[in-house]
Design a protein around this ligand. Structure first.
Ligand SMILES: O=C(O)CCC(=O)C(=O)O
Ligand SMILES: [Mn+2]
Length: 217
């Protein structure tokens, strides 16, 4: 069967969708900056390459990750943490570029969270079949700040639930340029990504890239 083709112009719903109190999906919010965003991601990955890390339980993650910011999220056999140094190189992570910072700040503000100043940006790379199981983002010291999550490349199914793992999850299709922001009463909501369907994106090929901005410390 031929892989689905995506030109990045797809839209799957209203421009702005409330997912829960404190959680909003801003469709296409990042699309006008797609070329610059991708160039910057490539520059960061040249300095701090994508890698598939090990969970504390000894499983290799299907999603490849890198980071920029004054600290980056890492996992290994000893646990999850934010580290000022890239464990692969022993060097500081690349700084958060102004383009990223401005996009995150503007998306947060659009969602009702003024003055968001992220210090960490986790960059997730999904290839077909890669997934992220239901989890909470709870390794950050400051959960007063929201999470800003930018989708690029192949479409994905985003699962968004409640504050308990067993709460019912809703499924949302996220496409190239979509941004989800969650904070306040939704800050610790369980969320995840279903196994990525195969396809070919005009700019990113058989990949989805997600930028997750946090205030970690
Ligand atoms: O890829 C996504 O859209 C979600 C990523 C995520 O939840 C995370 O990195 O913690
Ligand atoms: Mn998360």
């Amino acid at each position: 069967m031929a892989a689905d083709l995506f030109d990045g112009l797809e839209s799957a719903g209203p421009a702005r969708q409330q997912l829960a109190p404190g959680a909003v999906l801003l469709r296409g919010f990042a699309r006008s900056q797609q070329a610059e965003l991708i160039a910057v991601i490539e520059a960061i990955a040249a300095q701090a390459p994508f890698r598939r890390m090990m969970t504390p339980g000894g499983h290799q993650m299907s999603v490849a990750m890198t980071s920029c910011g004054s600290c980056g999220w890492v996992t290994d056999r000893t646990g999850y943490r934010y580290d000022a140094l890239d464990p692969e190189s022993g060097q500081p992570w690349p700084a958060i570029p102004p383009l990223f910072r401005d996009l995150a700040e503007q998306a947060a503000s659009e969602a009702g969270f003024a003055d968001f100043a992220p210090d960490a940006c986790l960059i997730n790379r999904y290839e077909p079949g890669a997934k992220m199981s239901l989890h909470q983002d709870r390794d950050e010291r400051d959960i007063g700040a929201p999470i800003v999550s930018v989708s690029l490349g192949l479409p994905a199914t985003f699962l968004f639930g409640g504050l308990k793992r067993t709460d019912k999850t809703q499924r949302y299709r996220l496409v190239h340029g979509d941004v989800v922001v969650w904070g306040g009463p939704a800050r610790l909501a369980f969320h995840g990504i279903a196994p990525l369907a195969d396809g070919e994106h005009a700019l990113l090929g058989r990949r989805r890239i997600n930028l997750t901005f946090r205030r970690a410390r």
